[in-house]
Design a protein around this ligand. Structure first.
Ligand code: ADP
Ligand code: MG
Length: 874
């Protein structure tokens, strides 16, 4: 085998340690990638794949990216779910003897990103660690870019809780102890749906002893008591592993992670994956976009920190009445004081993303402009505090009291950093005059020297009488005096010749050299000193991290509170009253999103009364498109909004707090799930039946529709009885169905109530009134809706006939045609050729309950294409 170049040997040695990452290998002004890495990267980054000789006659594939524009390329690799290890030259190539020393200085993975370019400002970038210990799952989530760090723990039997938490946090990356195959298997589907990269980590990083030591050392504490997870082994294991991963990838201290917070799943309203998706809290189901989601309606935040916090609130509605009241009280204070709200928001808008700057500060990547922004933000705080204190609202005054404006630090930063500081550290020019005496001296010296040199040309012209004499500068010789050939005889004695040109010569003088030394030396020392001063400044800010974090959190909260008030005013919401008697009474309730997407004024408000007793389970019937789904979701959303502390779209609302909301949409109605089979629907139903409690709110939309009528009807019936039964569940339930047979339940079970969405008939057509009325509807109006959709008249006539027959005789035997017209449908002669019959056989063999809507559509396309071909051939 030919011997490889030393560089290749060095590369391979480093690559060995970072097998699961794409290694960016610094060579001069480029990061190069080799072999398999190069092949992957070239394709993703759309850059040219070349090759390089790495030994006699041996070539390997290679591609490269310029180091100064690397961030964008790295972002793309991360986006695709790759990890990137950045290997730098760690000694000055000019001073190196032989091969330059290189080391990996950072590993970037989807869950450990801190670069602005790779982050969405209003979205947290979470890494999740999952550990298993003593029959429990431990779960830690942290956003390295903001310093958030939370843990929780729950019994292993709650696998569904684990899955729900993954959907809740939407981590970019999940770390697991290697070898936990079962765990890996159990979460793989959720990880895929959330787009989370799953990374195996050495088992030892999850070991109780190791993790406690690591955590205690990091937080500089003797036990985890203060964080509430002293006795939670699994939680601590997950947290320790997350910290270890951060430390390993960042190769930094991570001081901005100042605390660990233990949360309990019971603190928040529990929302499972289907419910989140169904209620379209953060994204819409169909297009997976924010536009059209609840967040879209509510998000009037003016800062990135507020935007991220609002999302968290939406995903973790509260359960404790006092906590919710506290938020509502603050929102109310902003709601009723227009000027206060305006001014607060104007001030907040000027603040920077403190959390992310603090993270960059502790990862060592903060730049002078960011520190200046930090100082400027702090300088706004006294005004903000005054504003809130003077608001007359005690809750806001109290909030203001907690804000630490760190006046000393603010003063320090503003007096240190120049307003026009560059973003980078390379050239200095960061600090103001008067900040540091030594720096001032260097600045004066440089200035003096420059001034002396600037005056030299004029002085020398006068002294020598050479009018064309010039003073110039170049990289090689430094400052020089240039004299043209005809004037060389006039050159004085003290000139020392340095360089001969075509038309003249260049000289220096000892004095010029002195000043040059002064200028250049001062520049060099200034840059070095500024670098030192900046590191010092960084450390002084770092010392204040806990206080800064607290302030950041309070600002984020203020932003969300003021934003909720703003939205409430704009959209005409009311402050909900809260109760713990399970009574949900809404007057003039509206769907917060639907009312925004239909023309203004067209939304028909509806009242709701559910109370867990006489009005416990409501069965809602009515034709397709009448507004059943909208109404039910509206109730769920109003409850959820109230429990995050928001005002609600209603005239009046009294909300009996709920522990969980469940929503399910029947398979036939849910076209977006990708796997909407009857089986899935039943799985979900079973999940509800196992986890709903008396305090839950259930929204069931057309459950039992994905199978043949009798099956579906009986399942729906039995499920309703079960949910209704106070001995079994007794949850507050809204149930929309097209099985009007179910309206009979009202007579048998107290607390069951029939509602319908009113429609009017006019000349055989129906008009949707969108009004929820007492009583069940007796028909499904499906045929009328079909008429609205423009189906042919004779088809509709025939459908009415079949319906009548079915209603009289049940589902047995096909209805005989009575209209006497020539039959046109389902006559086999239509499918005459062999191929056509084959097609019919396929159709008949298909189990409609087991295929996805998407697959069905694909088949339709295929069959149609085949039929068209056959017709053409014939
Ligand atoms: P269903 O579930 O009964 O088939 P939907 O709830 O899906 O009907 O409503 C169908 C459409 O009717 C909605 O997309 C919305 O545009 C409109 N709609 C529903 N409820 C209302 C309402 N209260 N006021 C105005 N329009 C409504
Ligand atoms: Mg519906």
């Amino acid at each position: 085998m030919p011997k490889e170049t030393p560089m290749m040997q060095q590369y391979k040695k480093i690559k060995e340690e970072y097998q699961d990452a794409i290694l960016l290998f610094r060579l001069g002004d480029f990061y190069e990638m080799f072999m398999e890495d190069a092949e992957i990267a070239a394709e993703i980054l759309e850059i040219v794949l070349t090759s390089r000789e790495v030994g006699k006659g041996k070539r390997v594939s290679m591609c490269g990216i310029p180091y100064h524009s690397a961030a964008g390329y790295i972002a793309r690799l991360i986006e695709k779910g790759f990890k990137v290890a950045v290997c730098e030259q760690v000694e000055d190539p000019k001073k190196a003897k032989g091969l330059v020393k290189r080391e990996v200085v950072k590993v970037i993975t989807p869950g450990t990103v801190t670069d602005w370019q790779m982050l969405d400002e209003k979205t947290n970038n979470y890494l999740m660690g999952i550990a298993v210990a003593g029959g429990d799952y431990g779960l830690a989530v942290s956003d390295l870019s903001t310093g958030d760090f939370l843990v929780t723990q729950f019994p292993k039997i709650g696998l569904n809780l684990l899955v729900d938490e993954i959907h809740h946090w939407q981590p970019r990356e999940i770390i697991l102890p290697e070898g936990e195959e079962e765990l890996r298997e159990n979460i793989s589907e959720s990880a895929r749906r959330c787009g989370s990269l799953v990374t195996d980590r050495p088992d030892r990083e999850f070991q109780p002893g190791t993790v406690r030591e690591r955590l205690c050392m990091h937080f500089n504490v003797t036990s985890l008591e203060g964080f509430g997870c002293q006795n939670l082994d699994a939680a601590a294991a997950a947290a320790g592993a997350v910290l270890a991963y951060f430390q390993e990838t960042q190769k930094a201290q991570l001081k901005h992670i100042t605390a660990l917070r233990t949360y309990h799943l019971g603190d928040y309203m529990h929302l499972d994956f289907f419910t989140r998706r169904n209620l379209e809290l953060i994204r819409t189901m169909r297009e997976n976009k924010t536009t059209g989601s609840l967040l879209w309606v509510l998000d009037a935040t003016v800062t990135a920190m507020g935007g991220r916090l609002l999302k968290k609130w939406l995903e973790q509605p509260l359960r404790r009445l006092d906590e919710i009241e506290e938020r509502l009280e603050k929102v109310a204070a902003f709601y009723s004081a227009h000027g206060l709200r305006e001014e607060t928001r104007i001030l907040l808008k000027k603040t920077c993303d403190l959390q992310r700057i603090l993270s960059r500060l502790s990862c060592g990547t903060v730049n002078p402009r960011e520190l200046l922004a930090l100082g400027e933000t702090l300088s706004l705080l006294p005004k903000l505090k005054d504003l809130l204190t003077g608001s007359g609202a005690p809750v806001l005054a109290e909030q203001a009291g907690k804000i630490d404006s760190l006046p000393d630090l603010c003063q320090l930063l503003l007096s240190a950093i120049r307003e026009d500081t560059p973003a980078g550290l390379k050239e200095g020019n960061i600090f103001r005059r008067g900040y540091h005496p030594e720096l001032d001296k260097l600045l004066s010296a440089a200035k003096e020297g420059k001034a002396w040199i600037a005056g030299l040309e004029q002085r020398e012209r006068e002294r020598t009488g050479i009018k064309s004499l010039k003073v110039g500068y170049n990289q090689v010789f430094g400052y020089y005096i240039e004299v043209t050939k005809p004037n060389l005889s006039l050159v004085p004695e003290d000139y020392i010749q340095r360089q001969t040109l075509v038309n003249g010569e260049r000289f220096v003088t000892p004095e010029l050299k002195e000043y040059e030394e002064l200028v250049l030396g001062a520049e060099e020392r200034r840059i070095a000193l500024e670098y030192e001063l900046f590191q010092d400044l960084r450390h002084r800010v770092l010392n204040e991290l806990p206080r800064l974090h607290q302030t950041a959190a309070l600002l984020a909260e203020l932003d969300v509170l003021a934003a909720l008030a703003e939205t409430a005013v704009k959209n005409d919401y009311c402050r909900p009253a809260l109760n713990q008697e399970r009574r949900i009474s809404i007057i003039g309730g509206r769907h917060p999103v639907v009312e925004k997407v239909i023309p203004p004024g067209e939304f028909v408000a509806n009242d709701t009364l559910i109370d867990g007793e006489k009005h416990r389970l409501q069965i809602i019937t009515g034709p397709n498109m009448a507004g059943k789904s909208t109404y039910m979701r509206q109730v769920a959303l109003i409850v959820l909004m109230a429990q995050i502390g928001s005002f609600v779209p209603a005239e009046k609302a009294d909300i009996g707090l709920v522990d969980r909301i469940f929503t399910r949409v029947g398979a036939a109605d849910d076209l977006t799930g990708g796997q909407s089979t009857f089986m899935v629907e039943m799985n979900e139903l079973s999940n509800i039946l196992h986890h709903a409690t008396r305090d839950s709110l259930l929204i069931l939309d057309e459950i039992g529709r994905g199978t043949s009528t009798y099956d579906g009807l009986s399942i729906a019936w039995a499920a309703l009885e079960y949910l209704w039964d106070p001995e079994k569940i007794g949850a507050r339930t809204l149930f929309a169905t097209h099985y009007h047979e179910l309206i009979n339940l009202e007579q048998h079970l107290p607390g069951v109530e029939n509602l319908n969405v009113a429609v009017a008939r006019e000349e055989g057509k129906i008009i949707f009134l969108r009004k929820i009325m007492p009583g069940g509807s007796d028909e499904s109006y499906g045929i009328e809706v079909a008429r609205l959709a423009g189906l042919p008249a004779d088809l509709l006539e025939r459908a009415s006939e079949i319906l009548k027959d079915l209603e009289e005789k049940g589902l047995k035997g096909p209805a005989k045609r009575t209209t006497g017209k020539k039959p046109t449908l389902l006559q086999l002669p239509l499918f005459s050729s062999g191929e056509e019959q084959e097609l019919v056989r396929e159709l008949l063999a298909l189990n409609l309950d087991e295929i996805t809507p998407r697959r069905a559509l694909e088949l339709l396309y295929q069959w149609q294409a085949r039929l068209k071909r056959i017709k053409k051939e014939a």
